[in-house]
Design a protein around this ligand. Structure first.
Ligand code: DX5
Ligand code: ZN
Length: 218
């Protein structure tokens, strides 16, 4: 049915060599870029000018994960600069419906993200507005954390809801996704897999992407 995709998180790469690091994941469908503002999460990464610079030097499509408070204001700006998808947190958006429409009209796919403690049922009405649902499998903020297996039930719940609504949505998992955990995510219904340390923590990130994809397809 749907095609599986591996999106390496550049949070785990060498920020002083972004262009080269993106070249090392040429086997991936897209690069996952974690934008953090030190308010929505207790960490600070990069913002619009750096994402724009990445976009200019690399042909790799960008999957932007916005962990920021002012997402209604900034989300459409990130869409305008040519991102493939812009993911906002439902916990941060005041008007997610308008935000989805603004992101789409700016040329990107809107996606909604749920922190581990956020029930999907409270936001299920947004399914018709988004192209992807991101189920966080760690508390957002940092790479290299342990996978939260209890979130797989939420992945199953989203997959059931998507099927029941007759929609064609992608389900993404992010946090602790590795060779050990990716098959359980795929089995639960995820089809887009973000992996930071499991890709950039290896000698050969391009090969790690292919290995992860093979494990997800099994
Ligand atoms: C965490 C970020 C993740 C992170 C994943 O808030 O959203 O994208 O980079 O890193 P790993 O794969 O190492 O858990
Ligand atoms: Zn992320």
């Amino acid at each position: 049915m749907s095609t599986l995709a591996i999106h390496p998180s550049i949070l785990s790469c060498d920020f002083a060599r972004l262009a080269e690091e993106l070249d090392r994941i040429r086997t991936a469908e897209a690069a996952h870029v974690d934008v953090m503002d030190n308010h929505f999460v207790p960490n600070l990464t990069l913002g619009l000018p750096v994402v724009e610079a990445i976009r200019a030097v690399s042909p790799v499509p960008l999957d932007l994960h916005l962990m920021i408070e002012e997402v209604d204001r900034w989300g459409p700006r990130y869409a305008e600069i040519g991102a493939q998808s812009v993911t906002f947190h439902v916990e941060a958006s005041r008007d997610p419906r308008t935000l989805c429409r603004d992101i789409r009209s700016a040329g990107a796919s809107p996606a909604m993200a749920l922190k581990p403690g956020t029930p999907f049922a409270d936001h299920a009405d947004l399914l018709s507005e988004v192209d992807m649902v991101l189920v966080m499998t760690v508390e957002p903020g940092f790479g290299g954390q342990a996978f939260m297996a209890d979130q797989l039930e939420k992945v199953r719940e989203v997959r059931r809801a998507v099927g029941a609504a007759g929609l064609e949505l992608a389900i993404q998992v992010d946090g602790g996704v590795s060779a050990e955990t990716i098959a359980s995510c795929a089995e639960a219904g995820a089809d887009v897999f973000v992996a930071g340390s499991a890709v950039y923590g290896t000698q050969d990130p391009a090969a790690a992407v292919q290995e992860l994809r093979a494990l997800a397809e099994e």
